[in-house]
Design a protein around this ligand. Structure first.
Ligand SMILES: *Cc1c(COP(=O)(O)O)cnc(C)c1O
Length: 372
């Protein structure tokens, strides 16, 4: 059977709504092929090192880094940073907030480490939030600013009554570049660049406090064996020289630099936060008004401004809805696979134009009216 064809004038100008890898602005992709692009040149030479330096400087500006905070980066993405933090930042025991797949993954990595006590886990059902609370003997607290699998946003602050030297590690993979954060309340605010920062995958970046760097120096010089790829102190040394331990993905660096510069030109994190709040607000209102849809996150205060999850009424098969959207060129509104709900998930990252989100809601209305 032919898929229903959405009228052309309803379609979004850019049909990419994925929560990661996410929309990369077209002129940024095109810039990789321009004469003068540093693609295909040595990452040890000034042209590429200038790109790394610019990224570090632009992130410093975007997040208004407090004195002593530094931007470090390396290969492997946020997933590698979880292992790095397990080896180099947690001394004896961590406490974690677990409220979706990404927060669960880091907690499991900590759980598997034979040299750490099992983490104290503060668990909430998908769509809800629970932050770790002070536990005696815990030296590290970890949660995600934005749980990408469920579309729940979390506050960033030090838990009350923790030991003075405990660290706060925040997974900001889908938040960085789209939700404002006071990084002075964190010790590692880390992320991959293929979500709000509209670049490609493969790298991790971390905004580190002096306390985090000190902890890492202590752990890497302790009896614990630290593989070079997981050595955060070595990564900091390389980052200070605007380099990475081994060869980075140059395209990822170039596109990340372009996105950071673009965000600063638009008005920085204040601009980005207003924009994502507004585009996500459009979709949440649409979901509340349409009788066949409801925002999955019931508490409005927990609704993510950058990843919108919407439950679809049981009379409509969401998988078929996504397939029909896809047949019309609208990409990546499928829900997070392991959540297993009759749902759609739409990124409203900084690069997503508000007009495209309005067009998407019109297309969804049209598809819902034409479902069988
Ligand atoms: C996507 C994502 C990750 C994993 O990032 P990789 O670059 O694939 O390692 C981790 N945490 C959150 C919150 C994410 O959204």
């Amino acid at each position: 059977m032919a898929e229903p064809k959405i009228p052309r004038d309803l379609l979004p100008a850019d049909p990419r709504f994925g929560s990661g890898p996410s929309r990369i602005r077209r002129d940024v992709v095109a810039s990789l092929a321009e004469p003068g692009s540093v693609m295909g040149t040595s990452h040890r030479q000034p042209p590429v090192r200038h790109v790394v330096a610019a990224i570090r400087e632009e992130l410093r500006e975007l997040y208004d880094l407090p004195a002593g905070y530094e931007v470090a980066l390396g290969n492997g993405g946020a997933t590698l940073f979880w292992d790095m933090a397990t080896v180099c930042l947690v001394e004896k025991r961590a406490a974690t907030g677990v409220y979706g797949e990404f927060t669960r993954k880091f907690s499991s990595a900590l759980q598997r480490a034979p040299f750490l006590a099992d983490p104290a886990v503060f668990h909430a059902e998908p769509g809800k939030l629970r932050l770790p609370q002070a536990v005696s003997g815990v030296d590290t607290y970890a949660w995600a600013h934005n749980e990408t699998s469920t579309g729940v946003v979390a506050p960033i602050r030090r838990p009350d009554d923790t030991d003075d030297d405990s660290l706060v590690l925040i997974d900001a993979t889908s938040a960085a570049g789209g939700i404002a954060a006071d990084v002075s309340t964190t010790d590692a605010y880390y992320f991959s660049p293929q979500k709000n920062l509209s670049s490609d995958g493969g790298l991790w970046l971390a905004i580190l406090s002096p306390a985090a760097i000190e902890r890492s120096n202590k752990m890497t010089s302790s009896a614990r064996w630290v593989p070079q790829m997981l050595d955060l102190s070595l990564a900091v040394t390389n980052s200070r020289a605007d380099q990475t331990l081994n060869t980075p993905a140059l395209a990822t660096l170039i596109m990340l630099e372009a996105q950071c510069r673009w965000l600063l030109d638009q008005g920085g994190m204040a601009w980005a936060a207003l924009r994502t709040a507004s585009t996500s607000g459009t979709l949440y209102r649409w979901a509340e008004d349409n009788p066949l849809t409801t925002p999955f996150v019931t508490d409005p205060a927990l609704r993510s401004p950058v990843v919108v999850t919407i439950d679809i009424d049981e009379s409509v098969d969401a998988a078929q809805l996504c397939a029909r959207a896809r047949a019309n060129g609208i990409l990546d509104i499928e829900p997070y696979r392991k959540l297993g709900r009759n749902q759609i998930r739409v990124a409203t990252f900084s690069s997503i134009e508000p007009s495209d989100v309005e067009a998407l809601s019109a297309c969804l209305d049209w598809l819902l009216e034409h479902h069988d």
